[in-house]
Design a protein around this ligand. Structure first.
Ligand code: IPE
Ligand code: IPE
Ligand code: MG
Length: 232
């Protein structure tokens, strides 16, 4: 496979890229197929952007895979998405090990099946010493849920710093949040952690979002001037 080189200086690359993967259903509909076909093709994009981040030296990639609100979709679609998740976990272990990728799955575990939880625990344990890239999947996640659970635990501990209680504790905040499919909203994703993130909105539907699209988003990010409230 041709390697797409990246002409961006390392200091202009984000430490943490986060992606709201959107547009699978529309991608399938454009082809006259069921929505699940789009979700399956979306897994290929996950593979491609993971490989690109590992290759380009981006240490954290996080992907919004399933929101708390997505539980309200038709049961058949929810079941398919959960099966796809379980399938991918089983299928991708070898590739993650080969590419030195650590996988973490973050979200509201209470709503996940025991079978899926066991698979998640297994792959997290197997990959925990991998160092090249940390791949984070947000599953059954919402920003408001995260802040709520963190606030509860913070209060119980009598502490006053929220970040250590969020499920993302220890993970740097995203520098860049990309949303695909032309929608320009956060849809209850990383509300607290996105405080100083740069946003790139891409019109590309997720199943078509591959290395080239990620490179375009990184070029856009490299051109931004981040000030963090200061004067430069
Ligand atoms: C993103 O694609 C996948 C999930 C949210 C699980 P969608 O399924 O939202 O696709 P569209 O937005 O309907 O095209
Ligand atoms: C956001 O996509 C959630 C994920 C990508 C997992 P949605 O398709 O659910 O978002 P809305 O409903 O268009 O805001
Ligand atoms: Mg959508």
């Amino acid at each position: 496979m041709a390697i797409l080189s990246i002409d961006i200086p390392a200091e202009k690359l984000p430490t943490h890229v986060s992606i709201i993967m959107d547009g699978n259903g529309r991608w399938a509909r454009e082809r006259g197929k069921e929505r699940v076909y789009g979700h399956a093709e979306g897994v290929e994009s996950v593979r491609a952007v993971t490989e690109a981040c590992a290759e380009w030296g981006i240490p954290f990639l996080s992907l919004f895979a399933f929101s708390e609100e997505n539980w309200n979709r038709p049961q058949a679609e929810v079941d398919t998405l959960m099966e796809l998740m379980l399938d991918s976990i089983h299928r991708e272990l070898g590739t993650l090990m080969k590419n030195d990728v650590r996988l973490r799955v973050l979200g509201n575990r209470e709503r996940l099946s025991d079978k899926l939880l066991a698979a998640i625990d297994g792959i997290e344990a197997e990959t925990k010493d991998n160092r090249r890239l940390t791949l984070i999947l947000f599953l059954s996640y919402s920003g408001q849920w995260d802040i709520r659970q963190a606030a509860r635990r913070m209060a119980a501990a009598g502490a006053d710093d929220l970040a250590p209680y969020l499920v993302t504790a220890g993970i740097p905040d995203p520098d860049l949040i990309i949303r695909t499919s032309g929608e320009q909203r956060i849809s209850n994703f990383l509300l607290w952690q996105a405080a100083y993130a740069e946003f790139v909105f891409s019109a590309t539907l997720w199943p078509d979002f591959r290395k080239e699209s990620l490179r375009d988003a990184l070029l856009e990010y490299a051109s931004r001037d981040r000030r963090f409230g200061k004067v430069k």
